[in-house]
Design a protein around this ligand. Structure first.
Ligand code: ADP
Length: 159
């Protein structure tokens, strides 16, 4: 069974993330969306909220599981019998950090392969941070996230 992990903060999940998840689900027998607890960033949504939102978005994908993880991604991958790490690449600006992470993870565990899926052009500008900024300013985020996520953003900023 080919198992991949797709790690990230997903604070919150956007259509850009969902596109990567759907495409990974096509390529692998099982995809584990791994929500990072200790990413260094101060998240807007709790780990439970982020897992809930992703689970709702991925309801139609039967080979996708959503979990949270602490500590090293390579350890989480091994514990879940995954051999691949999936990451999305938006722009050239993502490349340097992703390249560094991929090489570091390979150094930590040479059995794990990082696979990059290039973002769809219409989502290549999209990030959770941009979505949060728009939502915090009262803008319309309906083209970027689901209605459920948009409602939760509204509740965080405007209630
Ligand atoms: P992290 O804090 O680990 O970067 P993110 O939730 O921001 O977590 O991103 C998780 C993964 O999803 C990363 O590989 C990122 O490049 C990718 N990603 C984020 N937004 C998009 C998008 N709009 N299109 C494609 N990939 C994306």
């Amino acid at each position: 069974m080919r198992i991949a992990v797709y790690p990230g903060s997903f604070d919150p999940i956007t259509y850009g993330h969902l596109d990567i998840i759907e495409r990974a689900a096509d390529l692998f027998d099982k995809v584990i969306v791994a929500v990072s607890v200790n990413s260094g960033k101060k998240p807007l949504f709790t780990i439970e909220e982020r897992v809930e939102m992703i689970t709702a978005e991925c309801h139609h994908l039967k080979n996708v599981e959503v979990r949270h993880f602490r500590g090293l991604l390579v350890d989480f991958a091994v514990q879940n019998n995954a051999r691949s790490i999936v990451r999305g690449l938006r722009a050239v600006s993502d490349f340097e950090y992703e390249f560094q992470m991929a090489l570091t993870n390979r150094k930590l565990n040479a059995q794990l392969e990082t696979i990059f899926l290039v973002s769809q052009p219409n989502y290549s500008f999209l990030s959770s941070s941009i979505v949060k900024e728009i939502a915090s300013l009262g803008g319309d985020v309906s083209g970027f996230v689901s209605q459920n996520v948009a409602n939760r953003l509204h509740n965080k900023y405007h209630r």
